[in-house]
Design a protein around this ligand. Structure first.
Ligand SMILES: C[S@@+](CC[C@H](N)C(=O)[O-])C[C@H]1O[C@@H](n2cnc3c(N)ncnc32)[C@H](O)[C@@H]1O
Length: 240
């Protein structure tokens, strides 16, 4: 991995720019991502259905955080709050939930959900996840369908890791290309579709980034490898 002078990992540069093949991703800037999600906020639930999200997928991802009542959890790119119900159920009324997102449109829906359920311990913040700093260490961090939409995902991942307490859990859940020939065949369509919808770069492999950071991961795959939950525990002792 190389670092830019600003310290931001620059692996994505490999997919920027001038390749004339269709196997190419060009990162979108923050303004474009915000505008896209502001526009999609009303129809986003449709995508779970269109992309064949497995049953109870969000609940399973929240379970992998191994949260207990009273815990503190962050969802990065919380969007309209579709992961908030299982996270709230896990930490209960005494826990704290932080949801960070750059899209006001998406957060508006999440705020309405919290108001409707009278959840007073969900803190929703409109900001870049790289800038979020809670007052105390977190017990869990979730990237819910967001890692691949964040061009500087490596910087955000490393930042999130520093926010976790030793023994805390990090979960990335998302769709991905299926393995082997199937994945190679759907890649051009996936690139085409993602550029027009969720802006999730299908060439990014979050589980590899988490593995490098954490040293070991648990990886569960669903629907012939087209959905996954990747989980890791922050070591309680620093490596020798
Ligand atoms: C596909 S949506 C997922 C929403 C929700 N987590 C879910 O599971 O339905 C991805 C979200 O990531 C947010 N996002 C993208 N870049 C971000 C960043 N740098 N910081 C925080 N949120 C970001 C988008 O605004 C969008 O709401």
């Amino acid at each position: 991995m190389t670092l830019t002078p600003s310290g931001t990992p620059s692996r994505d540069r490999l997919w920027r720019g001038d390749s004339s093949t269709s196997h190419e991703w060009v990162d979108f800037d923050r303004g474009a991502i915000t505008r896209r999600y502001d526009r999609f906020a009303g129809i986003i639930p449709l995508f779970d259905w269109l992309f064949f999200m497995p049953p109870r997928f969000r609940e399973k991802a929240a379970e992998r955080l191994q949260l207990r009542p009273g815990d503190r959890v962050l969802e990065i790119g919380c969007g309209t709050g579709r992961n908030l119900p299982p996270l709230r159920a896990a930490v209960g009324p005494t826990g704290s939930i932080y949801g960070v997102d750059i899209s006001a449109g998406m957060l508006g829906k999440a705020r309405a959900l919290c108001a409707q359920n009278r959840w007073s311990n969900v803190n929703l913040l409109q900001q870049d996840a790289a800038e979020f700093t809670p007052s105390d260490p977190l017990d869990g961090v979730m990237f819910g369908l967001s890692y691949n939409t964040i061009p500087h995902h490596l910087a955000v991942l490393h930042h999130a890791w520093t926010l976790l307490r030793p023994g805390g859990r990090l979960v990335v859940m998302d769709a991905k290309l299926p393995p082997g020939l199937g994945g190679r065949m759907v890649l051009p369509f996936s690139l085409w579709l993602m550029k027009r919808t969720m802006l999730g770069n299908p060439l990014v492999k979050p589980w590899e980034d988490v593995l490098r950071l954490a040293g070991s991961i648990e990886m569960e795959q669903y629907m012939f490898g087209s959905w996954y939950i990747c989980a890791a525990t922050k070591p309680t002792t620093a490596p020798a």
